[in-house]
Write a protein that binds this ligand. Structure first.
Ligand SMILES: *[C@@H]1O[C@H](CO)[C@@H](O)[C@H](O)[C@H]1NC(C)=O
Ligand SMILES: *[C@@H]1O[C@H](CO)[C@@H](O)[C@H](O)[C@H]1NC(C)=O
Ligand SMILES: *[C@@H]1O[C@H](CO)[C@@H](O)[C@H](O)[C@H]1NC(C)=O
Length: 369
């Protein structure tokens, strides 16, 4: 082993240079020629050895080489190859113990992400909110989709239009993930990538799959089964606030990852939420889209939630400021450098004609660019 591995590296340079110099003093021609024979003999032996062994050693190489994809995925369809990459994405970020080969695969596979929101009237912070979202989307090549009216939502309430926007995008199948955000938000750290938040969240699922390790998920869904979820089956990454769900910032899977065995569930789920509303909302029993989603997730359809939904820390994607202390169990509000801020229900917390505008203007100078 030692013999051929060192000659392999040294062959082009070392023998000629070093031995040649020495040989010149003693026996110029014969020694040099013998060294040449030895060198080429070694190279030939090495090539023969490699030729007969490369297949059997491929598995070992796979464990260490960043170039394994081209070897091991050769026979597979592009979809299957991408499949491996997706699970690698999942396993990499935030994982100190992730395998190095998975780290390598990540870079070629940027997720396609759409940021989706709507606003249907002029507000004091319209320009601020638009400018901020455009700057962020442009920075990371994300798609930004904004609707300026919601004609078909009159009967049910305007916020239901967010379902329509998300469904249209899922049907289009153009994006891996969709980030729905309410318009009364600012991205306060333009350097934080949604890709990384998604990968970290899915890694947290994969790190408990299949072994039951994460006590959080167990208590949250009160079920051992939650630990057996394959991250590629997760379709919603949601946050709570001081209530079980805040629907003002939601990460929703936009198309089927290749590794996935079961169909995408996002549109079906939104559909069930809509039906629940149609059947159960009334003048006396007003239900927002957020209420209905909450009921479906935590009361009506917990089995679905275990398989396809994860709650992530509120401060990761949906931080509320100190003025709005409606925080999830982490009890962590917005701080400088936090990814995004949401002025949810500002009217309930601030005595002002324009509570959201006041807060938008207060926090805009704090954006980390
Ligand atoms: C965005 O896309 C452009 C070309 O489409 C590319 O040159 C640039 O590197 C991309 N930026 C990022 C952050 O991926
Ligand atoms: C992932 O898990 C780690 C460790 O429990 C936690 O600190 C982090 O906030 C989690 N991230 C997400 C996005 O859930
Ligand atoms: C309406 O709510 C009840 C319970 O609150 C539930 O059993 C029923 O399935 C709901 N209807 C729909 C269509 O979801």
């Amino acid at each position: 082993m030692h013999f051929y591995s060192s000659s392999r590296q040294a062959a082009p340079y070392l023998p000629r240079h070093k031995m040649g110099a020495k040989a010149h003093v003693n026996h110029p021609m014969s020694t040099r020629r013998r060294n040449q024979y030895i060198k080429w003999g070694v190279i030939a032996a090495l090539l023969i050895f490699l030729f007969f062994n490369w297949r059997s050693t491929a598995d070992e190489i796979q464990a260490i080489s960043p170039y394994t994809i081209s070897i091991t995925e050769k026979g597979k369809s592009p979809a299957a190859a991408k499949d491996g990459a997706e699970s690698a994405d999942v396993a990499t970020d935030g994982a100190a113990n992730a395998e190095p080969k998975k780290e390598e695969e990540k870079h070629d596979n940027q997720m396609k992400i759409a940021i989706v929101t709507f606003t249907t009237s002029e507000k004091s912070y319209t320009y601020m909110s638009l400018k901020n979202k455009h700057a962020y989307a442009r920075r990371h090549n994300y798609t930004l989709l904004i609707d300026y009216d919601a004609p078909e939502s009159h009967d049910v309430g305007i916020m239901w239009h967010k379902f329509k926007m998300m469904e249209d995008l899922v049907h289009a199948g153009t994006h891996d993930w969709i980030w729905w955000i309410d318009f009364d938000t600012l991205i306060t750290n333009l350097n934080i990538k949604l890709d990384d938040i998604i990968k970290e969240s899915l890694y947290n699922v994969s790190s408990v799959f299949p072994a039951a390790k994460n006590p959080d998920f167990k208590t949250q869904f009160n079920s051992a089964e939650a630990d057996g979820v394959d991250p590629s089956n997760i379709d919603f990454l949601l946050t709570a606030d001081c209530f079980p769900l805040n629907a003002g910032s939601m990460l929703v899977r936009g198309r089927l990852p290749p590794s996935r065995q079961t169909p995408l569930t996002t549109v079906d789920f939104l559909d069930r939420v809509r039906k629940y509303h149609a059947a159960n909302a009334s003048y006396e029993n007003q239900l927002s889209e957020q209420d209905c989603m909450r009921d479906m997730l935590f009361d009506m359809d917990p089995g679905y939630t275990e398989k396809h939904v994860r709650m992530i820390p509120q401060w990761k994607t949906n931080a509320f400021p100190e003025e709005i202390k409606c925080w999830d169990k982490d009890d962590r509000g917005w701080e400088k450098g936090t990814f995004a801020i949401h002025f949810a229900g500002a009217w309930a917390h601030l005595k002002d004609d324009d509570p959201t505008g006041v807060l938008m203007r207060k926090y805009e100078p704090e954006i980390v660019d």
